[in-house]
Write a protein that binds this ligand. Structure first.
Ligand code: UDP
Ligand code: MG
Length: 306
């Protein structure tokens, strides 16, 4: 039978949360009444998380567990599960009971209104101010850089059409910006308010490091735009340098023709320097282009062939 729903839950040291989360999730899934699979990713937990998961798997054949060799981070966990998910609709959620399984039907409804990805929006958030404030700034930056009109990029709870998760590669800490990645690929991205609760068991794994995320986003923005054509980035910079050098060279040339000595002018050195830097930048662009075009992969996604 075709599976309708894949629920993906990456976790790292969440032993106390697993069983209560499963109990609530199971009730919600029963209410939805469609076929489902649950994919847990044990991201190298050092507590009894895996034991708890195996206990559940013994009772429920819809459970799959991907066990990582060590802790690789949430992005890697999601990525591995994305590759495996077979449901038409894919849900991701955190294991810490801060995201509520009760919100899943709402997300699916919204997805079925014609979206490719629906992100949860923790509009009332139960985290410390030390976490909420940086997160507010990051979301604002993400909104500006990506263009996706989303308030809460990093909500653990999201719903996707299956093809979206097959076309997104997560690494590093990119899980914080999934809506931006999907939006850049041309998918329709929406959001839906979801409930959020305080963490009761276990600890948050992500501290202030989350602030570094802005750099991630700049990298993807850069890659997204120039990965295939580095020359478009290096070329204009090199051109500007070279132009400055050439113009000052021409100016010195005139002076020389008029009989002035230019050998001791610092501008001469600057002019030569600028031209050399310009050539350097442009050749760097060419080499970059050559490298990216070796073994080139398709970067586009065909919607339909008529
Ligand atoms: N997580 C993970 N690998 C990690 C860190 C976290 O799979 O290296 C899981 C964690 O167990 C939880 C989810 O990712 O299910 C979100 O983590 P957390 O609650 O610590 O992040 P926060 O809510 O503080 O952003
Ligand atoms: Mg959390």
């Amino acid at each position: 039978m075709k599976t309708y729903l894949s629920v993906i839950i990456p976790l790292y040291n969440e032993e106390k949360n697993i069983s209560p989360l499963y109990d609530i999730l199971k009730k919600v899934l029963a209410k939805i009444g469609k076929s489902y699979e649950i994919i847990f990713v044990d991201d190298g937990s050092t507590d009894n998380s895996l034991k708890e998961l195996l206990k559940l798997k013994n009772k429920d054949k819809n459970i799959n567990i991907i066990q990582f060799q060590r802790n690789f981070g949430k992005s890697a966990g999601l990525n591995a599960a994305f590759k495996k998910a077979v449901g038409d609709v894919v849900i991701t959620m955190d294991a810490d009971l801060q995201d509520r399984p009760e919100s899943i039907p709402k997300l699916i409804n919204k997805l079925n209104q014609g979206y490719d990805l629906v992100s949860g929006w923790k509009y009332k958030r139960y985290d410390s101010i030390g976490k909420r404030f940086p997160s507010k700034i990051m979301n604002k930056i993400a909104r500006i850089i990506s263009g996706a009109k989303i308030h809460d990029f990093n909500c653990g709870l999201k719903a996707y059409k299956n093809e979206v998760v097959k076309n997104i590669q997560l690494y590093g800490d990119l899980h914080r910006y999934v809506p931006a990645l999907a939006y850049w690929k041309g998918y329709k991205v929406g959001e839906e308010k979801v409930e959020h609760k305080k963490r009761i068991y276990g600890k948050s794994k992500y501290g202030l490091i989350r602030l570094m995320g802005a750099f991630d986003l700049l990298t993807i923005k850069f890659l997204n735009k120039y990965e295939k054509r580095p020359l478009y980035f290096f070329g204009p910079i090199g051109f500007l340098f070279a132009l400055g050098g050439i113009l000052s060279g021409i100016y010195l040339g005139f002076l020389w023709l008029k009989g002035y000595g230019i050998g001791d002018r610092p501008l001469l050195i600057l002019s030569v320097l600028l031209i050399l830097i310009g050539i350097q930048f442009i050749s760097m662009g060419f080499i970059g282009d050559m490298i990216t075009n070796i073994g080139k992969k398709d970067e586009y996604i065909i919607k339909k062939i008529h």
